[in-house]
Design a protein around this ligand. Structure first.
Ligand code: ATP
Ligand code: MG
Length: 562
């Protein structure tokens, strides 16, 4: 990934030029305009960083505008989550606005166009209208209702507004050019009839504006100067400009600027498909840690600053491309490495008993405490006391009764270091009836206290551990990619065909050191040797693996020959 300085992309260059020529008198106003029909995802984060970032860098204003023009799919739940997620990401809209607040003004402007002979009521159904639109090299067909008189159009529009006609029976269309080479300008639909309850305007309206009719006009009402959106709207720009050029604008004429969507490998960023994952129960909800939603990433332990930095590093271009998800994870890992405290946890516990461990006068094993550094990257995080005694949990993977080649961890007769504590040597094992090793017996060398041998003896491996008597039991959720394919949907056209059926592994009985019982919900810690884990905000002692410790991004780059 090449890191391009944010201050020099084509959007900022354009804004700077507009400032130099005083096109908007030096004013910069942007907006982030989500439709409240789902939760925000990582792609939206990119748009948010651009919309808010550009405004902030030029001393301007960015509003949140909920583009709530479709009553069938929109809900207050989504509005609330959008407001909350933007705040979490670190941005504060100047105002929270709603396209539905402009329904009255939009309607007045529709009458204005009708009065000027620039819009007409079409009685044909949607299918016929779309057939008549034609295509590239395919002429458009004019509607038989195209030449209605202004009086008749006005009367019909008012009766549409009054609720006289059923859904789908009529639409209002702009009268532009049925032979235009840009399909968007072949008499686009401005209003459709929909008798539906709207989450804000209730039953006030049964006419709802299309995206194109609402968007640019809403920008103009609000005083937006630079209306930044993604490339799929490029072909809509002439229509955006056409509407604005026909209307008596209250102020400056806004300008639409498009940039490439952010897409990630192994990731789907389409609200409709993310909704399907939720509805089909593939994930637990919009905030499932496997989801690319801001809710999901947040629960997973991704710092908001990592998402912002990643978006900045990707840059803003007009070329569609897909970023490696490993690049995002590398930013997350880098930030968590500095920010998160170290703890010890054992995911797949195996008992280790130190047979020569001392006992007190009453015959009970003594308990020792070691002072361990919380974060080698940040001395200010201090140290903590960790209990150690003769019964410990170690990672089952760290033991092999018959060690394969290059296995340097514990095996019978071998000495290893227990991190920060002692050297131990495995002596023998205890097995259950099925022949499974259920306990390792070992001896320790008291001279190695603190984890170093005074005689300079070396060991090949350092292992993490948790003292059994003081351990707290917890649950860990380990995650794999939610989509197996690098480009979900590339094979069949349907991204959901590539869902990984085994994207989550729950380990219900991990052992963690006692200090973790007091961790604030939402905190991310590094489980030594295992990865970064976020404590669930709601379920006590449920840890989600945020990312592993290995930098896979370096390998991806190496494979790509970078
Ligand atoms: P979806 O297809 O998931 O429904 P959308 O584009 O319809 O997404 P909106 O809520 O309409 O979602 O989008 C709000 C803003 O976020 C728009 O300006 C849109 O261009 C931008 N946006 C959406 N997805 C991405 C993405 N993947 N990358 C960059 N910007 C995005
Ligand atoms: Mg949309």
């Amino acid at each position: 990934m090449t890191v391009s300085p944010e201050s020099s992309d084509f959007i900022r260059d354009l804004v700077r030029r507009d400032n130099e020529t005083a096109e908007y008198g030096g004013r910069v106003q942007t907006r982030f305009p989500p439709e409240p029909n789902g939760y925000l995802h990582i792609g939206h984060a990119k748009a948010i960083t651009v919309d808010f970032g550009v405004a902030a860098e030029f001393g301007g204003v960015c509003n949140l505008r909920l583009d709530d023009t479709n009553p069938d799919t929109e809900e207050t739940e989504y509005v609330d989550s959008i407001v909350d997620d933007i705040a979490w990401l670190g941005y504060a809209p100047k105002s929270v606005l709603f396209a539905s607040d402009y329904f009255g003004q939009l309607y007045d402007w529709a009458e204005y166009l009708v009065e000027r002979g620039q819009a007409y009521v079409d009685d044909q159904d949607g299918e016929t209208i779309s057939e008549q639109r034609g295509g590239y090299g395919n002429p458009g067909v004019e509607s038989p209702f195209r030449d209605r008189s202004v009086e008749e159009n006005l009367d019909l529009l008012r009766r549409m507004r009054a609720g006289e006609f059923p859904d789908g029976s009529r639409v209002l269309r702009a009268k532009i050019d049925m032979q235009h080479e840009n399909m968007q300008l072949r008499d686009p639909v401005m209003y459709r009839i929909r008798h539906a309850h709207h989450h804000r305007t209730g039953d006030d309206w049964c006419l709802y504006p299309t995206y194109d009719w609402a968007h640019g006009q809403s920008d103009a009402f609000e005083g937006v100067t630079h209306s930044i959106c993604t490339l799929e709207f490029e072909s809509h720009r002439p229509l955006y400009d056409w509407y604005l050029s026909q209307l008596p604008l209250p102020g400056d004429r806004p300008k639409q600027i498009e940039f490439a969507r952010l897409e990630l490998t192994h990731t789907v960023t389409s609200k409709r498909r993310l909704m399907k994952l939720v509805q089909d129960g593939v994930v637990d909800g919009w905030d499932d840690p496997r989801m690319p939603t801001l809710r999901g990433l947040r629960r997973r332990g991704y710092p908001a600053s990592a998402i912002r930095d990643f978006c900045a590093a990707v840059g803003t271009t007009r070329t569609n491309s897909r970023q490696a998800i490993e690049a995002l994870e590398a930013v997350v890992r880098r930030q968590l490495n500095t920010a998160s405290q170290r703890r010890m946890a054992v995911l797949r516990p195996l008992k280790l008993v130190i047979t020569n461990w001392p006992k007190d006068a009453d015959g009970r094993p003594i308990v020792e405490h070691f002072e361990l550094t919380n974060n080698p990257e940040n001395p200010a995080d201090g140290t903590r006391q960790v209990a150690f005694t003769g019964e410990l949990w170690i990672e089952a993977d760290d033991f092999a009764e018959v060690p394969p080649p290059k296995f340097f961890r514990l095996s019978p007769g071998r000495e290893v270091r227990l991190r920060g504590a002692y050297f131990v040597t495995a002596t023998d094992v205890v097995k259950d009836d099925a022949g499974q090793v259920v306990q390792i017996n070992a001896t320790y060398d008291p001279a190695t206290r603190g984890g170093d041998s005074p005689d300079g003896r070396k060991v090949k491996s350092t292992m993490h551990w948790v003292s059994a008597g003081q351990a707290v039991e917890a649950t860990a959720a380990l995650y794999e990619r939610l989509f197996l394919a690098t480009v979900p949907g590339e094979r069949t056209g349907e991204p959901l065909d590539d869902v990984n059926p085994n994207s989550r592994e729950l380990l219900p009985a991990i052992k963690v050191e006692a200090a973790l019982a007091d961790t604030e919900p939402g905190t991310v810690v590094q489980f030594e040797r295992l990865g970064y884990f976020a404590l669930d905000p709601e379920t006590p002692l449920l840890f989600h693996r945020t990312v592993g410790l290995k930098d896979e991004w370096a390998n991806v780059q190496k494979r790509a020959g970078a």
